[in-house]
Ligand binder design. Structure first.
Ligand code: DI6
Ligand code: FE
Length: 403
């Protein structure tokens, strides 16, 4: 297969053991088909390496293609009116209790056709792609009936095909209790969340199982029942945990060997220890913290100390995080949660890939991984977290194809 050489660049490979950011100055990356065939300083390029074409990147900085490992970008409508209510002092949980929140998006999403959903969601995906994202996780969770949840997953898969990027789908039927099951959340889990999961799995529409562990949503006993089914289907789990309160969700998820536990503002030392022992990634979502005006930040020093890998994602959704910028999520993770810019970039590359179970395949610039790259007109990778509302992308490469 013909090889292409990318040269005259600096690369933040994000490989562990290569120093800060895995930086390689005057780097050459050789791409063969969809994969990275060689990466290193130009001076060390093997003399026998023959490339059919070469691309001069003019001194740009190359990173792995970014990975947004937690999004809800498939939905219909918007919730600008609730934004107004929140500014009037009515909080997120109260809006949810009044039948707004997730349930108002449910209504719009149920009414939308699959094509409508794709059409409404595409600009949100494009906003992420424009910032160098080449892999995105997309959850269901606004259908809340078997058919509507499947419709969301089909729309998510279609988005990936339309744009030729990696999409991982998560089954999030356990996101909220729909009106027809009000006061009967156990029945909802048994009649919708579990049988729908089995069907979605049969149809090949689902890569992981997620839930919302909160008193306005589902408790650990219900989620544990759902996760038992995930395990029996061979699907990995993840969980929205400790976002608004501490219900022990992270500990529960870690017990199932969860890929990730997400939000974590109210995580305690016990939960942190369980995540560390299970190798569960902490996915921080500063957009939701910012939007909801959170008062408690995730315990970043404790996560670091315990050696829990930290990822950063947009949580792009119509309610708690109407943010479709991964660069802004990185900036906020630094300014609001105290991450270093290097941790923020690891959080949207290496650790985000880990959170999706895709580290063998992407997340660093390494031989044998997919040639998913982002080329930036910057001098140092810290610049990606530093600016606000500025996108220095120059080129993107997805699966070896320069776009
Ligand atoms: N936590 C969140 O931040 C989103 N879902 C969840 O479980 C919010 C979704 C929404 O408000 O529409
Ligand atoms: Fe979320």
């Amino acid at each position: 297969m013909a090889k292409t050489m990318l040269h005259n660049c600096n690369a933040a490979t994000m490989e562990i053991g290569r120093g800060p950011y895995g930086l390689v100055d005057d780097c050459t990356v050789v791409v063969e088909g969809e994969l990275i065939a060689w990466v290193g300083p130009r001076s060390e390029l093997p003399s026998g390496m023959r490339c059919r074409s070469s691309v001069d990147l003019g001194g740009a900085l190359v990173t792995p293609g970014l990975v947004d490992c937690h999004t809800h970008i498939v939905f219909a409508g918007n919730r600008a009116r609730e934004f107004e209510l929140r500014l009037d002092g009515i909080d997120y949980s109260e809006i949810a209790r009044r039948g707004g929140g997730i349930l108002s998006t449910m209504k719009a999403t149920r009414e939308a056709s699959e094509d409508d959903l794709v059409e409404q969601s595409l600009p949100r995906l494009d906003s992420l792609i424009a910032e160098g994202v080449s892999t995105v996780e997309i959850k269901s969770g606004y259908g809340l009936s078997i058919e509507s949840e499947l419709k969301m997953l089909r729309a998510a898969r279609k988005l990936g095909k339309l744009r030729g990027i990696g999409v991982k789908t998560s089954w999030l039927a356990a996101h909220a209790v729909p009106p027809e099951f009000r006061g009967r959340s156990d029945e909802y889990v048994d009649e919708v969340a579990i049988p729908g999961l089995v069907l979605a799995h049969e149809l090949g529409l689902v890569d992981a199982v997620d839930g919302f562990c909160e008193d306005i949503a589902f408790n650990t006993e219900q989620l544990s029942r759902l996760f038992d089914h995930a395990v029996s289907l061979g699907l990995p789990v993840k969980l929205h945990s400790e976002q608004l309160s501490n219900m022990g969700g992270s500990k529960l998820a870690a017990g199932f060997g969860a890929l990730s536990s997400d939000h974590l503002e109210h995580l305690d030392a016990d939960g942190t220890a369980a995540m560390a022992a299970a190798g569960t990634v902490a996915v921080l979502l500063p957009g939701a913290y910012y939007t909801l005006g959170g008062s408690k930040v995730p315990p970043v020093p404790g996560l670091r100390e315990a050696g829990v890998p930290i990822a950063v994602a947009t949580d792009g959704n119509p309610g708690s995080s109407p943010m479709f910028s991964v660069l802004l999520a990185m900036n906020m993770a630094c300014t609001l949660f105290g991450l270093t810019p290097e941790e923020a970039l690891a959080g949207t590359t290496r650790n985000a890939a880990l959170a999706l179970g895709m580290i063998e395949d992407r997340g660093t610039i390494s031989v044998g991984k997919r040639a998913d790259l982002a080329v930036w007109k910057i001098e140092h990778p810290s610049e990606l977290s530093y600016r606000i509302g500025y996108n220095p992308i120059e080129h993107r490469m997805v699966g070896g194809e320069l776009r």
